[in-house]
Design a protein around this ligand. Structure first.
Ligand SMILES: Nc1ncnc2c1ncn2[C@@H]1O[C@H](COP(=O)(O)OP(=O)(O)OP(=O)(O)O)[C@@H](O)[C@H]1O
Ligand SMILES: [Zn+2]
Ligand SMILES: [Zn+2]
Length: 793
């Protein structure tokens, strides 16, 4: 038998299968993770197919090892990796690795091994091999070089499997219940511990095996357990224990659907029963009860003996959301997201792989969950940019989900109150089936939205961030003991430092960006590369003292709120307050319990949250993203405002929204005020049509970066010439132009944007460019190809 293997070496030359002979007795399957010899090294790889005949003329090397008992990748995922590699310009190995939990990626160690007995006696080795990563002293490094050149030692590569199961010792019964009952009558009166153990065994035998902790809780000591082992009442075995990220929750019953929800579910149900691959766009206003539709659709899939996959943006994977799914489906649920420990992730993933979990809830990468027989896929908040991975491999979870829905013959639901323009346009063309929920779940009104024109308004505080109408509304809710959500999509205290004397603005030394002032840490920070320095007291340029910190951020607004409402309890949620594990959950739980009056935050708080006592939502500045030089700035602004507005008045009390803006006449803001997605869609499609933007055109962004600006520009022009030699109108090739933020982390960026409708040769051409990219890498040039970029800046 011959195995075709993709090896764990991400390079153009190795982005193909290599063949190995499978020695007798090795249990190799498609999808197996294996260790193979590769040149002088040993590397990890994945079997993508098995054949009887080799196309290779020479002698094949043997597979060395099959790592796991069960192949981690299913045949489906192996097939998917091949298709995806073609579409997104990534090496197949990087896709295969992305499909697996982090701990299943191999760790490679370079070690020095003595080549003779004599060499082994050198103090360097002390009878053992040496890990070269630990070798730091110059004279030792020199010595290693000499040993290698004299042939007295050689370098070997070790592949380490980092995946560890958690084992725990448990006590198994060896006798029958009545035998324990008999023993209970025989033990002497004084042996109280033994009596306790025997009576537990006699009465609760089905609850066994039990762990040491469980038995200790019953008051049985280690000595008594030892005694029981000696008497052969019990046996001790090591068994695997899953590290579970979630605790069991109380079960819940399905809600009675309203007529609109029922109609939507009915339509989905038809295709579910019929095993039909169909993408539905579920466009439902905020609070329309999309979640309940998802849950009942999942129930139907399970009833058919199939499984279900539900994707949620990382940020919406709140404990509330997970609890909702768990309360319906209990132990069948597995959860996958980045807040899990490596061990928890590995174990949840294996529960799925082994078929022990039938419902998966997870963030972007969970789209690769190794489920069998999928009956339903759901992508909630489908408009979220985070479904596209913004580094290699640049896959979009939606496209992967569509692929899988075809493979399994199952429906896919894309849900949102503000669908991405691309998805809505596809629904228009009939590629997706449009389903709508136009009213809130219990027919509550959408909140009233007022625009506050910042050009003509009085401010309440000293910082000119909060207007009088907004602060009066806040005061009113505080008096009524109702809660307030305030959005400002900018963290820190002030977003730049300006010298009033010479006009100097303090910028990041690595990026083309001004530094943001953070008052709590008294630092100036770069929000792109993380650079920070102390807040200056004089202008770094002219030494003048007249420096000002301008612009606003969540820290400043928090300060102003505390001044205006000293009694109010305020929670702030942004990247700075949620760095530590669990802090995100803590803030939301606390707010949900009513322990705070105001939740102030960045776009983190805008989506998905369902707090019944929130009756006022305020947007401190709606313009933060409006004038970004990106074609989808309006879409993103409309989406953010509509989503955050939707957090108000979701239960019985009426909601109100106040949006502060300098651009009250901008259509994105006007239509967000109306919360009318369909109107916005129609208007924005006109704008896109006039500008030849997506979804009228497909786009690919080619970006070139280098330490030296000329080099980046030169390479970009070369690529443009290459593109133009093949591509013809109506395809449009824009650029190269320096990116809006032309320097990031000391790299200069030049971009070329290709807009096309149909281009037979484009994919091939881009693969060529990708291949060349590998060659120019040695000159410090990075070429990245990003199909359908989320951002063009
Ligand atoms: N049929 C129903 N009967 C009563 N209450 C319902 C029903 N369906 C949903 N709800 C309730 O309505 C509220 C809003 O539902 P949900 O959170 O699913 O909205 P959504 O459509 O996801 O909105 P958003 O897009 O704003 O997140 C929830 O509190 C939910 O429990
Ligand atoms: Zn100055
Ligand atoms: Zn920086």
């Amino acid at each position: 038998m011959i195995a075709q293997v993709i090896v764990d070496v991400a390079a153009r030359q190795t982005d193909r299968v290599f063949e190995y002979h499978v020695p007798d007795g090795l249990d190799a399957d498609v999808g197996s993770r294996v260790i193979v010899p590769f040149g002088r090294r040993k590397v990890q790889g994945f079997i993508v197919s098995l054949t009887e005949q080799s196309s290779f003329a020479g002698q094949l090397k043997d597979l060395l090892l099959v790592v796991d008992e069960m192949p981690p990748l299913t045949e489906e995922l192996v097939e998917l990796s091949a298709d995806l590699a073609r579409e997104i310009f990534a090496y197949r190995i990087s896709i295969l690795k992305t499909m697996l939990p982090g701990v299943m990626r191999a760790n490679y160690r370079k070690i020095l091994v003595p080549a003779s007995e004599q060499a082994a006696k050198l103090p360097l080795f002390q009878g053992d091999e040496v890990d070269l990563a630990n070798l730091e002293e110059a004279h030792l490094i020199k010595m290693v070089k000499q040993l290698i050149s004299k042939g007295e030692a050689r370098i070997e590569y070790l592949v380490e499997n980092q995946a560890r199961k958690k084992m725990t010792a448990v006590y198994f019964p060896r006798l029958k219940a009545e035998e324990y009952r008999e023993l209970l009558n025989e033990v002497r009166a004084g042996a109280s511990q033994q009596k306790k153990l025997l009576s537990d065994l006699a009465e609760n035998l089905p609850a066994y095996p039990k762990s040491r902790e469980q038995l200790k809780e019953l008051g049985i000591s280690t000595a008594a357990l030892k005694n029981a082992l000696e008497k052969n009442w019990l046996s001790l075995k090591e068994v695997e224990q899953y590290r579970r990220p979630t605790k069991p929750v109380a079960p819940s019953q399905p809600l009675k659907l309203n007529a609109d929800q029922a109609a939507v579910l009915d339509r989905i149900s038809q295709d579910l029963q019929a095993h039909k691959s169909q993408t539905f766009l579920l466009e439902g206003v905020t609070g329309s009860g999309k979640t309940e539709v998802y849950l009942q659709a999942i129930s139907q899939a399970l009833a058919l003996g199939r499984t279900a996959l539900m994707l949620v943006p990382e940020i919406s994977l709140t404990p509330q959301m997970v609890r909702q799914v768990q309360s319906r489906f209990g132990q069948q649920v597995a959860v996958l997201h980045s807040a899990l420990s490596e061990g928890e992730r590995y174990d949840e993933w294996r529960r799925i792989r082994r078929g022990e979990a039938q419902v998966v809830v997870g963030a972007r990468s969970a789209v690769f969950a190794p489920l069998h027989n999928i009956g339903l896929i759901i992508i909630d908040e489908e408009h979220e940019g985070s479904y596209k991975q913004d580094n290699n491999p640049r896959y979009h979870a939606r496209d992967v989900a569509i692929w899988r829905s075809r493979y399994h013959g199952c429906p896919l639901i894309l849900g949102s109150a503000t669908p991405s323009l691309a998805s809505r346009a596809r629904a228009q063309k009939g590629v997706y089936q449009l389903l709508r929920l136009q009213k809130r779940a219990k027919n509550q009104p959408l909140p009233r939205v007022d625009l506050i024109d910042l050009k003509h308004v009085q401010f309440a505080g000293s910082q000119f961030d909060l207007s009088c109408p907004l602060t009066e509304a806040i005061q009113d809710r505080l008096a009524k003991k109702e809660q307030v959500i305030l959005l400002l999509n900018r963290r820190g205290f002030a977003n730049f430092m300006l010298c009033r004397n010479c006009g100097f603005v303090l910028k990041c030394p690595n990026c083309d960006l001004s530094l943001t002032m953070h008052k709590d840490t008294w630092t100036m920070q770069c929000h792109y590369c993380g650079y920070q320095e102390a807040v200056p007291e004089v202008c770094p340029n002219c030494r003048d003292r007249q420096i000002r910190f301008l612009g606003t951020g969540t820290q400043k607004v928090q300060e102003e709120l505390s001044e205006l409402f000293p009694q109010a309890k305020i929670l702030r949620m942004d990247v700075d307050t949620t760095r530590r594990k669990g802090s995100y959950e803590r803030i939301l739980t606390s707010f949900g319990r009513g322990e705070a009056d105001i939740l102030l935050g960045t776009q983190m708080i805008a989506k998905g949250l369902d707090f019944p006592n929130v009756t006022l939502v305020g947007v401190v500045n709606a313009d933060t993203g409006l004038w970004l030089p990106d074609y989808n700035a309006s879409e993103k602004t409309f989406e953010l405002l509509t989503q955050v507005a939707g957090r108000a008045g979701r239960a019985d009390k009426e909601g109100q929204v106040m949006i502060q803006t300098y651009n009250p006449d901008h259509y994105a803001i006007r239509l967000a005020q109306k919360q009318d997605y369909e109107l916005f869609y129609a208007k924005e499609m006109q704008v896109r049509h006039a500008g030849d933007y997506p979804p009228y055109f497909y786009t690919v962004l080619v970006s070139v970066s280098a330490k030296n600006e000329q080099n980046a520009a030169r390479e970009a022009f070369k690529i443009k010439r290459q593109l133009l030699s093949v591509l013809k109108a109506p395809t449009i090739v824009l650029g190269p132009a320096p990116a809006t933020i032309s320097r990031l982390k000391n790299q200069y960026y030049y971009q070329i944007l290709v807009k096309y409708k149909r281009e037979k040769h484009l994919n091939e051409l881009l693969h060529q460019i990708q291949d060349q990219a590998q060659e120019v890498k040695k000159y410090g040039l990075n070429v990245e190809i990003d199909p359908e970029p989320e951002r063009i800046m």
